[in-house]
Design a protein. Structure first.
Length: 219
């Protein structure tokens, strides 16, 4: 069993590293061009594969890790929501479909579990439980942004790009955090939280840069 777990961990690390490289690459190249789209696809699949494997490892005997499991779900949500936002680029799509709502709904459920674990842990004196509360609160906030896209996509044609950028950058933040914690062995509160704080500042920068610069695009 341990050898099987090691294989899963190596595969997880490989795709996690590939996701980190392609994610940074997609930021460096010009947005919207062919290279950006190709790197985005590699990043998407790398992060999904890496995160799905982390879900498996987090439920294996002697490796049970509820936080790793929930963060894996969090990352999958980010990647899927970021790609689903692209479907709103066309004016032909006027409302969210079942898949859009399911992606956001699962995130709400995961965020509630995070908050539940976190609050329970803090009550019992586990300081690390603050991470559950931190990411749980963040996870509740994100689907609210999805709801704005779903309900106001025809009123504000900037929302699809804002949502896409914020979710994909969020997934990259998760990749960087995993590199620091798992790859560099910096398993502490600062390593978990600083990438999210700095990444959020960068996301806000891009949102402000995008606002006011987009025009309606016909399909």
């Amino acid at each position: 069993m341990e050898n099987t777990i090691k294989i899963f961990i190596y595969i997880h690390a490989f795709f996690g590293g590939l996701g980190l490289i392609t994610g940074i690459g997609s930021i460096v190249v010009r947005k919207g061009n062919l290279n950006h789209k190709r790197l985005g696809k590699w990043f998407t699949w790398s992060m999904i594969i890496s995160s799905v494997i982390s879900l498996v490892v987090a439920r294996m005997p002697n490796h049970i890790n509820n936080f790793l499991f929930l963060i894996g779900m969090f990352t999958i949500y980010m990647v899927l929501a970021g790609n689903r936002a692209l479907t709103f680029k066309s004016t032909k799509k006027t409302e969210a479909n079942l898949i859009d709502k399911m992606v956001s709904g699962v995130m709400v459920v995961c965020a509630l579990f995070m908050l539940g674990f976190g609050i329970n842990g803090l009550v019992h004196g586990y300081s690390q439980s603050i991470l559950f509360v931190f990411f749980g609160a963040f996870g509740i906030f994100l689907p609210y942004g999805d709801y704005k896209l779903f309900s106001k996509t025809l009123e504000n044609r900037k929302l699809w790009l804002i949502t896409h950028l914020s979710r994909m950058l969020g997934a990259l933040i998760a990749s960087i955090t995993a590199f620091l914690v798992a790859g560099m062995k910096y398993d502490n509160l600062w390593a978990w939280m600083i990438p999210t704080v700095l990444g959020t500042i960068y996301i806000i920068y891009w949102i402000k840069k995008v606002k006011g610069k987009l025009k309606p695009k016909k399909a």
